[in-house]
Design a protein around this ligand. Structure first.
Ligand code: PMV
Length: 332
């Protein structure tokens, strides 16, 4: 039996604009994970998948068009196995589905990691990330690639998709790997993640932004540029440990996301409640219209903010502390 897992993720800043070639920063959420367990199947059974959380069980032969089935087939092709192995894949996940925390990409990554290990192969993060991107395309339409990248590399990243990927979207082609760079973090900080409990499929707000951009490109390009400026300043604030600047930048990003039309009354209520309880910055994370928001908390405000989020209707609250990353460690 082989087990592997993959983390959830949080987009710190830059979502949506990242689809249009601007940078974004994302963090892995190591404590909230998806898992895949591989065990031997009966001879001739082929590959069976069981996902208790999704209430689903299927075989690759019966449901070859399932995005996870397609992904598994792609991996088997890549590994050039002589025959389909007989095995059972059991999937579980602590990451809310369609909640802005990368559940689909984390499940897909856990499956790839577990299968590769079970079959005695070593797959580097860039290969896993590229494979998982194809299942993200099936779920979301035109993903920027940030989710599969931060989850496969499992470290904070600065991410810029390639410009010509926007044209590839039109053709529905696979992307080239985006540009990734490490992020330096001088001071630890704690984020409280509030889940609205509203499941919002990524492709809906992403599609809305695309329509708005198509009907008024100048206005939306200007918003994307403003978000890019916030993301660049956030990178500097992280590198210098300026948490007060970080909070202001998160707020600035939220007001630009509101202009894009991807916030919602439920997200706004949680964001307002967190700020009123002492958060020095708060924003939605991911595609919006539901899913999660997060707030920058200190040791003194953390409990108060968590209680305020629950009172304001959060379905659950998670805390994550982002540890410092020494720039010198990037060279290793
Ligand atoms: O909702 P999520 O966690 O899948 O995040 C989507 C992030 C977007 O920037 C809105 C889309 C993308 O593909 O980057």
């Amino acid at each position: 039996m082989t087990e592997a897992s993959a983390p959830g993720k949080l987009i710190l800043c830059g979502e949506h604009a990242v689809v249009y070639g601007r940078p974004a920063i994302a963090l892995p959420l190591g404590d909230v994970r998806a898992r895949a367990i591989i065990s031997a199947g009966l001879p001739g059974s082929g590959i069976t998948c069981a996902a208790a959380d999704l209430g689903r069980s299927w075989t690759l032969a019966d449901d070859p068009a399932n995005p996870f089935s397609e992904l598994i087939s792609k991996l088997l092709d890549l590994l050039a196995l002589p025959a389909t192995p007989d095995l059972r894949i059991t999937i579980s996940s602590a990451i809310p589905i369609a909640g802005g925390m990368g559940s689909g990409a984390a499940i897909a990554t856990a499956i790839m990691r577990a299968l590769a290990t079970y079959l005695g192969r070593d797959l580097p993060p860039d290969v896993i990330s590229t494979l998982v991107y194809t299942s993200e395309q099936r779920f979301h339409g035109t993903p920027s690639g940030i989710d599969n990248t931060v989850i496969a590399y499992e470290r904070p990243i600065w991410y810029v998709r390639r410009r010509n990927d926007a044209e590839r979207d039109e053709q529905n082609e696979a992307p080239a790997q985006g540009e990734i760079a490490p992020v330096s973090i001088a001071a630890p900080f704690t984020l409280l993640i509030g889940d609205t409990g509203i499941r919002s499929p990524t492709r809906l707000p992403v599609g809305e932004v695309r329509q708005r951009w198509q009907s008024d490109p100048l206005r939306y390009e200007a918003i994307f540029d403003a978000i890019a400026g916030v993301v660049a300043d956030t990178r500097s604030a992280l590198a210098t440990g300026d948490l007060s600047a970080l909070g202001q930048l998160l707020d600035a990003n939220q007001s630009l996301l509101t202009q894009l039309g991807v916030s919602s009354p439920e997200l706004d209520r949680l964001i307002d409640a967190a700020r009123a309880a002492g958060a020095t910055g708060a924003k939605l994370s991911g595609a919006g219209w539901g899913g999660v928001m997060f707030a920058l908390a200190s040791a003194a405000t953390q409990e108060h903010i968590a209680a305020a989020l629950i009172t304001a209707g959060a379905a659950r609250v998670l805390a994550t502390t982002v540890a410092p990353i020494d720039p010198r460690s990037h060279a290793k």
